[in-house]
Write a protein that binds this ligand. Structure first.
Ligand code: 5RP
Length: 298
């Protein structure tokens, strides 16, 4: 946490990719402004800014939701950031990328409430599990690329000061990354336990074509002798992603250079995707006491 550079800014509305400032910046750089983009530009400027939103209004959880009755403070924190992200970034008529996991769950709930209130929102989902939840909460789902994604909202397993993320604890990393890349803005929602000085406490999920599993494990052992790459097991059976692939949970210890590690892993034949998200997040909403902290890029 200490290595984040914190600035207090006014509680202004967030700017969007494709907003005037982006356009001016693009024109100043001699580029034609085209949004959305399907590949990400080179790393953005450091340092990061921090916008503290201590009194972010969060509506009450619907009593019909069994999770709303939970007295677990972590569950309450997840709800706060999930609701805050939707209320801060989702505007009527938008197409929203919806993430996977227990924090993204609350963004789905809130999106459902807004649809029920009459807003014409649609979602593009990161997993079959999220599609099912959208069905339960009345959020219309459209296929990937059927529309441009205005904003994607998703959880993370770790967030580091260089804006790198670990994702894939729920096994949805491949589709999550596709949606994060394609979205105009990608908003990460976490409770403050996920904000770390360096990635690596959480094992890095690596999605692998099952045929090549042993090969990939051998390559990782050769390149990273102190790492431990363990096949994910679920309900006593090898876990399979929505794409039919296996997951290796790789304990590397602290990761000083996530970009280099992601590149080395991605280069191994059989690796489909790596749960390291580099330079994709546009903002992080994180619980802070009673409120929500927002980390945005300067
Ligand atoms: C799923 C993910 C999740 O976003 C990540 O695992 C965080 O999940 P949770 O909010 O349940 O802690 O990457 O693949």
């Amino acid at each position: 946490m200490d290595s984040f550079v914190y600035y207090l800014r006014s509680n202004a509305s967030p700017t969007r990719k494709g907003d005037k400032n982006d356009k001016n910046e693009a024109e100043a750089n001699g580029r034609k402004h085209v949004a959305p983009r399907l590949t990400r530009p080179s790393p953005k400027r450091q340092p990061h800014s921090l916008l503290f939103l201590p009194n972010f209004p969060v509506p009450e959880a619907p009593l019909s939701d069994p999770k709303a009755a939970s007295s677990d403070p972590k569950e309450a924190a997840k709800r706060v950031v999930g609701f805050a992200a939707v209320d801060r970034y989702v505007e009527p008529g938008m197409c929203v990328g919806l993430g996977t996991g227990t924090t993204a769950y609350w963004a789905i709930v809130r999106t459902g409430e807004r649809v029920a209130a009459g807003e014409p929102l649609v979602a593009i989902v990161t997993s079959a599990a999220t599609e099912k939840l959208c069905g339960e909460f009345g959020v219309p789902v459209i296929p990937f690329m059927a529309r441009d994604i205005d904003v994607a909202i998703d959880g993370a397993d770790e967030v580091a000061p260089d804006w790198s993320l670990t994702k894939g604890g729920g096994g949805a990393l491949f589709r999550e990354k596709a949606i994060a890349i394609a979205a105009r803005r990608f908003i990460v929602i976490v409770d403050d336990s996920k904000v770390v000085d360096q990635l690596g406490r959480f094992p890095t999920p690596v999605e692998v074509v099952p045929f090549t599993l042993a090969w990939v494990q051998r390559q990782i052992a050769g390149q990273f002798p102190s790492a431990k790459a363990t096949e994910r097991i679920h309900d006593g059976r090898p876990y399979r992603t929505d794409n039919g692939n296996a997951i290796l949970d790789c304990a590397f210890g602290t990761i000083p250079d996530p970009r280099a590690l992601a590149g080395a892993l991605q280069a191994i034949h059989g690796v489909v995707d790596v749960g390291l998200f580099i330079d994709l997040a546009d903002a992080v909403l994180c619980t802070a006491g009673e409120g929500v902290r927002e980390l945005t890029r300067l």
